[in-house]
Design a binder for this molecule. Structure first.
Ligand code: KIV
Length: 287
């Protein structure tokens, strides 16, 4: 019985017919098949259910919720309680996608034991299937303990937004021989520690391609060129909800809708109907 299960083909991550939840084993199988896949962030049950029904196989409850959902300037202030609450909502709103919860700044850097305590809350209280944390070599011990404890980990190297104050902004990573070698070491360190995938953020396309070729785990690119195994976008950026400073959309973002405009138009139309008395009409009223 077990042998026949283990030799079964795993379904395609996107466009597959399976209705069970995607697992990290499916993700490893996709890398072996050379199959590319999409990942989006999600922060609430309703939006997550839309993405789930659209077939998005992997969703990240990213600490980008700090900027996109909670009104902070950076990801740094996001707390574990906030992450647990919104991750639980995304899990409740989905049936098929693998849901990954981000470990917020200050909830894992101190020690592997601290990382395990935080990740355990996300798995037990929110029901996520995996966690993500930032850092390469510096986070390897944390990743190893989580994986040994049965918690799948997605790593995140390159530009790591929780270190925004140290980076002094959002510079592209991996430029120059020394930086490129360090990034390669970071990517290999997280793979060796047991991560099932690694996000490459704001990394040159050439270096991402080299990292992707040299790892057996999938790379998930954001601003990291076309050669990564998967691509992730923050959903509010992807859907044209984000208001960019000076109206300048970053180069790596592609807007697939103009939701900010659509929502604004809907709100204005509602307001005008209320002011003019056109809403509620007879058909919206009870007698
Ligand atoms: O928090 C987040 O949304 C992320 C993605 C950009 C990878 O870390």
């Amino acid at each position: 019985m077990n042998a026949s299960v283990s030799t079964q083909q795993t379904p395609a991550l996107y466009g597959g017919k399976s209705s069970r939840r995607v697992t990290v084993r499916d993700i490893s199988a996709a890398k072996r098949r050379g199959e590319k896949w999409p990942m989006l962030t999600a922060y609430d049950a309703m939006t997550a259910s839309v993405f789930d029904q659209a077939g998005i196989p992997v969703m990240l409850v990213g600490d980008s919720m700090g900027n996109c959902h909670l009104g902070y300037d950076t990801t740094v202030p996001v707390t574990l309680d906030e992450m647990v609450m919104l991750s639980a909502a995304v899990v409740r709103g989905t049936r098929r996608a693998l849901i990954i919860g981000d470990l917020p700044f200050g909830t894992y850097q101190e020690s592997p034991a601290q990382a395990l305590r935080s990740a355990t809350r996300l798995v037990k209280e929110a029901g996520v299937g995996a966690v993500k944390l930032e850092g390469g070599e510096r986070s390897a011990d944390q990743i190893r303990l989580l994986v040994e404890s049965g918690i799948p980990v997605m790593a995140h190297v390159g530009l790591t937004p929780q270190s925004v104050h140290a980076f002094g902004g959002h510079p592209v990573q991996g430029r120059g021989e020394e930086a490129a070698q360090q990034l390669l070491r970071d990517a290999k360190a997280v793979q060796n520690a047991g991560a099932f995938a690694v996000v490459l953020e704001l990394v040159t396309a050439e270096l991402s391609a080299e990292v992707t070729r040299s790892l057996h785990i999938p790379t998930v690119g954001i601003g990291a060129g076309a050669e990564c195994d998967a691509q992730v976008l923050v959903w509010t950026d992807m859907a044209g909800m984000t208001e960019w400073p000076g109206g300048r959309t970053p180069r790596f973002v592609k807007e697939y809708a103009r939701l900010r405009e659509t929502l604004g138009d809907a709100a204005r139309a509602f307001a005008e109907d209320v002011v003019s008395g056109a809403y509620p009409a007879e058909g919206h009223s009870f007698h």
